[in-house]
Design a protein around this ligand. Sequence first.
Ligand code: UD1
Ligand code: MG
Length: 451
Amino acid sequence: MSERSCLSVILAAGEGTRMKSDVPKVLHKIAGLEMLAHVVRALDEAGGGDKALVIGHGAEAVRKAASHVAPGIDCFVQAERLGTGHAVLAARAAIARGYDDILVTFGDTPLIAPAALSEMRSELAAGADVVVMGFRTDEPTGYGRLIESDGALVAIREEKDCSPEERRITFCNGGAMAICGAHALALLDAVGNDNAKGEYYLTDIVGIAAGRGLAVRAVEADFESALGINNRAELAAAEAIWQQRRRRAAMLDGVTMIAPETVFFSHDTVIGRDTLLEPNVFFGPGVKIGGNVTIRTACHIEEAQVADGVSVGPFARLRPGAEIMQGAKIGNFVEVKKARVEPGAKIPHLSYVGDARVGARANLGAGTITCNYDGFSKHFTDIGEEAFIGTNSSLVAPLTIGAGAYIASGSVITEPVPADALAFGRARQSTREGLGKRLRDRLAALKAKKA
Ligand code: UD1
Ligand code: MG
């Protein structure tokens, strides 16, 4: 099939006002990735070739974002919203370049299955001229119905144009369509707007093609492939389906989850086998987790790398640029940002480590804080191998602590500490015998006098 050329036309000129958003509908995200990008990915998996995106008048934000989301995509403006058939023709210049296959999809159906798109293209390769992506549902209201005669697909009827009998049909149009490139423009140009909505329906090409003796087929896809998103509740429902599928895939790949329904992935999360995810873990984009890792309860991890054998959490936050190397330990209430924690290093409790290197096997006591920001710039803290930072120490960057150095508990360290040195950065303790009792007696007498 790969030798057949293909143009994918993605329709996104719908108004999307029900999202109640300043962000165009197709740029809302599922698993941290724009819906439009999900559709593009599915098309790429099906060898969808060149991409054309049809946007509404004034949708410059979509045009701008589209070039990041789907590099090389060609944008066309549908100036007036006159129906899906009219929308496809906005991309006439692209279609006219001449392709074997034209795939039409909607930008707001992020769960469309690549397998269904591939199957549609296979039907074209096998001689079909128009292929519809159908699906079966017990609640067909609102969908176009696939009208069959003697087992052959002869038309698609939109809900509003259906007879009561046709409304009972449960085989529906999922929206996507594959058209033989040689016939595409002739079929689309033949579509009229004589229907209940007065729109130019893409779906009418089925009846037109059948009437001309062309081969029309339907493939059957899952319901999710047809799931169009119109509001935030539907967005969340699609997210839930996506997450459920991803969790299952992770488990089948060897990841253990105690409560999978409480773990959330991004579109690009990578996790190695024999890793254990305890309940309530959230992965933002850009996360790579190795094998034999334990992520304990209530961790938030984004744009971070975690190597094999690491333990993270409970209640830890790994922010962008955190790199936790083999066998290191990040404990409870620890935040790491833009820092490399080298093999075997330990940050077990209550720490902030940002813009730093923590050398191999170094140990940061509870409450160690890198003071990396002066209100204007960020500064780097370099902690050498096997250094030992006593509890409740503030490390004021820029700062270097040499390998094997000791920092006394409660220190505020502002000057470089050489390797193997012992640094105190706190006032010397002074103890005065009996002075505690004298103070207590005096305070008690003062209170009695007032009463
Ligand atoms: C469409 C199908 C219907 C199918 C359903 C599946 C048609 C005529 N009907 O109906 O058979 O069951 O999808 O969800 O195709 N769009 C434009 N410009 C327009 C009109 C629409 O770009 O002028 C885009 C929309 O942004 C959307 C897509 O086309 O992404 C579908 O439009 P929508 O209005 O949702 O069509 P439905 O009525 O749902
Ligand atoms: Mg729709």
